[in-house]
Structures are given as C-alpha cells and as structure tokens.
Design a protein around this ligand. Structure first.
Ligand code: BGC
Length: 592
C-alpha cells in the first residue's frame, strides 16, 4: 500500500484498509490530564478500537516540522561525528584482544611485543614455526589485559558520561572524551613499561565511553526528524574511516626500521582526538539539552538557526513539553526499570548485543588469514585491510542514502539475511576444504570466492547493524531516560565486544569453521527479533516515539494510555492493515 497523502482535517489514505487519523490536543502533562480535549479523547478512542480489534497496527511518522537542512546543522553534525574517528582508530590500531597473530594492530608488531610482552613474543616465534596449531597455542593474560582494558574502561565510563551528558550538556561529554583520549594517546606513545601502557589504554577507554555515549545522542537531537538517520550515521561512517586509516597507518609504521613504528601508530591517535576536542569547544549544544538546563531563549534561537526558519514554535513547544515531563522523573536509572520504558530498555540491551553477535569483529580479523591463502603472503594483511576497510566505508554510504526512505527495519532485515547467507557460505566453503584438521591447500579461485563472500558480509553489516546499532538506540528514548538509556547501549556494546574478543580464540581453536555457523544462528535470531519486535522509527520526531511503541502489537501492553502525552496537532496515522506498513508521508533529503 503506498503512503497516503497527508491532508489537514481530511481523510487519510484511500487504500483498501481503514486508516485512522488522530490529532490529539497539545501535549498533556499529568496534572493537566483532566483537560483532555474532545478531539484527543476521540483519537484515543479510535486508537483503542483499533487495538481492541487485535489488528497489527504500526504508527507512522508524527509531525512534519517546518525547516530545511541548513549548512549550520550539517557542519555541526560532521564535526560531532568525528567522535566516531577515535573509536574506529582505536579498533584499527590495537587489534583484537587475544588474536594477535591474526590482527594488524600494534600487538602484532615484534618490537612492541619484545619491549612489553617478551614471553608473548617468544611464544609467537614458536607458534609461527608450528603453523598447523598456531591459533591454539597462543595466549597471554597480560596482553589480553592490555587490549581489553579499553573496553572495560569504556564500559564503566559510559555510566559516568550519562550524568555529564544530562547535567552539563552533550558537548561537554564530547570534549571530556576527546581530551581524555588525547592524554591516553600521549601516555601510550611514550610508554616505558606495561603499567604506563595500561593506564594510557584505560584513559583511551574512558574517552571512547564518553564519546560513544554523547555523539550519537547529539546527532539524533540536532537533526530534523526526517534526516535523523542520515546525519546520525555520520558517526558510524567516521568509525569505519578510523578503522581503515589506522590499518593503513599501522601497515606503514610496521615497516619503520628501528622498532619505534608502534609509537607513531599510537601517537597518531592524537589527531582524531584533537579534532573532536577542539571541535566540541565550538559546537553548539542541542536545543533539547539547552531547554532541560533552563536556557529556553537560547534553545529557541538555536532551533531557528538549525532549521533555517523562524517557524519553529511547534517543534520548540514539543521540546519544552518533553523537558517539563522529564523533570518529573528524578531518578533516570530507577525509572528506566518501570514497565512503561520496558521496550526501550529491552532494545538498549538487545541491539548492541546483537550487533556484536553478528560476528563482525571476528570476521574482519579473520580476513587476513583468507588473504594469505590467496597468495598475498606478507601483503595479505595490507590487502585485507584495504579491501574489507573500503567495503566497510563505502557500504556505509548505502545506509546514509537509504535509511530515511527505506526505514530502519528494511535495512536490518535485508542486512541480516545477507550476512546470514554469507556466514553459511563462508563456513561451508572453509569447512569443505579444511574440515576439522585445519590444514589444506586452497585453490586460488576457491579462495577468491570465499573473499567475495566475506566482502558481501562486511557490506551487509555496514549498511545494517553497523550504523543502525548506534542510530536506533539513540532515537528511541524519551528525554527523561535518554542519557541513561544510551549508556546502557554503550556499555552492553563494550561488554559484548570484550566477551566476543575473549572467546574468539578458544572458539576458533575448538570449533573451527563451525564458528561461522554459530554467528549465522545469531543472525537468524536477531532478524526474527527485528521482524517481530522492532517498530519503524524513520521520520518520527523523538518527542513522539512513544506513539510507535504504543501502537506496536507487543509493546503496547507495557504502555498505559496516560503514559502517552504527545505534541500539539499531531497527525497520527494508524494503519490497521494487517501488513502494518507505516502510513506517513516521507520527504527525502533531495526534496528540500
Ligand atoms: C561496532 C564495532 C565494529 C565496527 C566495524 C561498529 O558499529 O561497534 O565493534 O568494529 O562497527 O565497522
């Protein structure tokens, strides 16, 4: 069914299915509830009728606020998105914990290992002589501690970042994250012993925790609703650029004679860190954050500038109302456990967990091995970094262009199916050749096919779970629990990255090609989860996302009618069609 035209005061849609249109009264705070207008009541009644009928109901977009994409908002979002660079640079520069033989990070550089982890270096030499079992013999608690200390520090830091982001504003969390990362980079690059290295890495982790907590929120709040996906994905784009850049830099510095190349790699982390640190100083704070902190006039001026129009009253009023409501919630952490926030809480845990259980980090780090079998020899590491890195960057553009038109669900469903198919093919091809012994000669053509499927897998990730794993959690929380919710998202992501990294070496040893099927099974689970439980959020203003949950076949049971206070003159289209397609007008970036 095609999206019906939106008409003020008229009927919506002309398809075969009945379509309800609601325009509730202005946002109602709990103490004003008794003044609900007739119109709002009628809307709630028609809604209740739709629900009672047991139909599959899917809320479409809310209001279409006036405004356009201004250079100001675009520039602010590009600068803020550079916060993604520091995370990406770190992923690329340090390599994955516990698989140093496979990775391209500094932990694979001999001079680095000789200086800080001599016993690991000796084991590596031995393992290299014994090719057949190299992945199973190799392990070091200390090296694992070095790499994983970042994720654990980021895990803890994101909870502190929640308070800074809420109380001081989003930009100060970004600034704090940038400067801490900068100090960490300085310590790491000048490290004299393991202690200095680990302290530096903990500081990097704190920087990543603060940035990952605040940047996606900042981008989602600055963007006009209908371009929120596109602007938010700037974060993941920068992340992928960071990974690619770090891999290339690492390759270059590993060739430096004299054994200090790793210092250059670690010192260059200061470049993205300085960008976000200095950038954050000049960034405006989001209107939502300004209102919440009492700067209402500044917020309105900012909104006019961001939207390029003086006609911002409607959006501004909705933000003020959301802020008033959020003030009634004194303890975000305790409140997030209330049933009315259950859908968001489940998503804040499930989405980052699923993102990591796509197996992306294991696959990307496994790629060099496949490239070696192609005969690239010493160049395998560079080739795999360039090829998978470029696929990762360019495929992210696919989601930038499509996410606000196709929506989040379609990308996740398609990407999940594509990644699943690739995991099964790659696992099958590797299993057929290597079996469980892990020793075989792979013909070149065979290896090319495997690499192509690895690239298709990375592409599927890069336009689905990669960016949407950051976008969706950042846009589904009401203001009162937004900051706390985003910290849960970041901490679960960090924890799962850590767990998967720790488990990947034993998994690779024990299960060999079956590991691909393991992640394939997770992809089936997450795709079914999206199909059943994730409602579409494209084009819906963040202040009205509650309507999306309220009209979802499952989540609506957690949200009472009195929990739904939506903005003035909201045009809400409830499509009672069994297929549950959102019935809202969609204006794309190109129509501005
Ligand atoms: C994930 C990272 C991953 C990266 C790959 C991000 O969304 O959080 O763990 O390394 O995507 O592009």
């Amino acid at each position: 069914m095609s999206a019906p035209r939106r008409k003020r005061g008229g009927e919506v849609g002309s398809g075969p299915h009945p379509v309800y249109k609601c325009s509730p009264a202005p946002r109602l705070l709990p103490h004003f509830r008794s003044s609900t207008s007739e119109r709002a009541r009628a809307c709630q009644e028609s809604w209740a009728v739709a629900m009672a009928g047991g139909a599959v109901v899917n809320a479409g977009a809310g209001k279409d606020y006036p405004g356009k994409l201004t250079m100001f908002v675009l520039f602010a979002c590009i600068v803020a998105a550079t916060g993604g660079l520091i995370f990406g640079y770190d992923v690329g520069i340090s390599g994955t914990p516990s698989i140093p033989l496979l990775n391209r990070g500094v932990t694979s550089m001999n001079p680095f290992l000789m200086k800080f982890f001599p016993s690991v270096y000796r084991k590596k030499q031995e393992a290299e002589l014994n090719q057949s079992s190299q992945y199973c013999k190799f392990n070091s608690q200390l090296l694992t501690l070095f790499t994983s200390s970042l994720y654990l520090a980021a895990f803890v830091a994101s909870f502190f970042a929640a308070t800074v982001t809420r109380v001081a504003g989003r930009k100060w969390s970004m600034f704090g994250g940038g400067i801490t990362f900068l100090v960490g980079a300085a310590l790491n690059s000048t490290a004299k012993d393991v202690a200095m290295l680990i302290v530096g890495r903990v500081l990097l982790g704190i920087g990543v925790g603060f940035n990952n907590q605040s940047v996606p929120l900042y981008l989602s709040e600055m963007a006009p609703a209908r371009l929120r996906g596109m602007l938010n994905i700037g974060f993941q784009l920068m992340l992928t650029i960071g990974i690619l850049g770090a891999n290339l830099i690492n390759y270059g510095t590993s060739k430096i004679h004299g054994g200090w190349g790793w210092r250059v790699s670690l010192a260059l982390a200061a470049v993205p860190a300085s960008t976000i640190t200095v950038g954050a100083l000049f960034l405006p704070d989001t209107p939502n954050s300004l209102i919440t902190r009492g700067h209402t006039d500044a917020a309105k001026r900012m909104l006019k500038r961001l939207r390029g129009t003086d006609d911002v009253d409607e959006e501004y009023n909705d933000m003020v109302a959301a802020s008033e409501e959020s003030k009634l919630v004194a303890h975000p952490w305790r409140n997030i456990l209330q049933p009315r926030y259950r859908p968001q809480l489940v998503m804040a845990i499930a989405i980052p967990m699923f993102l990591q259980f796509t197996g992306i980090n294991v696959i990307m780090f496994y790629a060099p091995v496949l490239f070696k079998t192609l005969g690239f020899g010493d160049g395998a590491s560079l080739m795999s970094a360039v090829i998978t890195g470029l696929v990762n960057v360019f495929a992210t553009f696919v989601s930038i262009v499509t996410v606000d038109r196709l929506g989040r669900r379609k990308l996740l469903l398609q990407g999940g199916a594509q990644m699943f198919a690739c995991q099964i093919v790659v696992g099958g091809l590797i299993g057929a050749k290597f079996g469980f012994t892990g020793v075989a000669e792979i013909p070149k053509a065979y290896a090319v096919v495997v690499v192509l499927f690895v690239c298709a897998y990375v592409a599927g990730f890069a336009w689905s779970w990669g960016p949407l794993g950051w976008l969706v959690p950042s846009e589904i929380f009401p203001l009162e629990i937004r900051s706390a919710g985003q910290s849960i998202n970041v901490s679960v992501n960090m924890l799962c990255t850590f767990v998967i990294a720790q488990a990947s070496l034993p998994m690779l040893c024990r299960f060999k090609f079956v590991m691909f099927f393991f992640f394939g099974a997770w992809l089936v689970a997450m795709t079914i989860f999206v199909a059943l439980f994730l409602p579409e959020t494209k084009n819906v203003p963040m202040e009205q996302i509650v309507l999306v949950w309220k009209s979802h076949w499952y989540w609506r049971r957690f949200i009472r009618d009195e929990d739904v206070h939506v903005g003035a003159d909201l045009e809400m289209h409830l499509d009672v069609a069994a297929h549950g397609v959102a019935t809202h007008p969609t204006r794309s970036f190109f129509e501005f």
